[in-house]
Design a protein around this ligand. Sequence first.
Ligand SMILES: Nc1ncnc2c1ncn2[C@@H]1O[C@H](COP(=O)(O)OP(=O)(O)O)[C@@H](O)[C@H]1O
Ligand SMILES: [Mg+2]
Length: 195
Amino acid sequence: MGLNWEFTGGETNLDHDEIEGLHIPLITTRAELDEHEQANIQRARIWLGKRKLKPADILTDTFIKRLHKEMYNEVWKWAGQFRKTEKNIGVDPVRIATDLRQLLDDARFWVAHTTYPPDEIAIRVKHRIVCIHCFANGNGRHSRMLADLLATALGQPSFTWGARTDLPDARDRYFDALRKADRGESAALIEFARS
Ligand SMILES: Nc1ncnc2c1ncn2[C@@H]1O[C@H](COP(=O)(O)OP(=O)(O)O)[C@@H](O)[C@H]1O
Ligand SMILES: [Mg+2]
């Protein structure tokens, strides 16, 4: 086990077995891990390519797992598999499958009945899925990719996640907005995602 770093706030901490699931044992620093994950995510974008996904294609547990697998399978052996351990964020691991199914049922209902505008549907799904925290790691990036796919499927452009402005501290603004969403106010997270 070469990987050894301190996790900072807002991160999932990995346990020993999960770190053992690293495909590339030569990774020893956080920066190297980020780089490999980033390259893997880039290949997932190519896999997604120009395929025209409809909301019904996206809002299934098969697709949710497949997306995580495509984003991380070159780095983590457990990519695309639900986590089996307790984390500092997320539900008890035994509840992941049912909580996710409930979320997907709700989301399909919101889409069918236009309960919320498209951006709000995408952001509500993003926030609830990251709160379930289906996987041992990569949930934040997976949830943002999912939100982008949903927004696109609902006829909107992809989100920009703080990249359109030169305001500093995008990460602080993101976590601020997440905490507001934790209290049930999704407007700040939508605004951040479109900024
Ligand atoms: N209070 C919170 N409310 C909602 N989501 C949170 C909160 N704290 C952290 N998160 C989410 O969890 C993510 C971290 O989980 P992790 O699995 O490590 O994802 P990643 O590896 O993609 O960063 C953050 O990026 C954020 O999206
Ligand atoms: Mg992480």
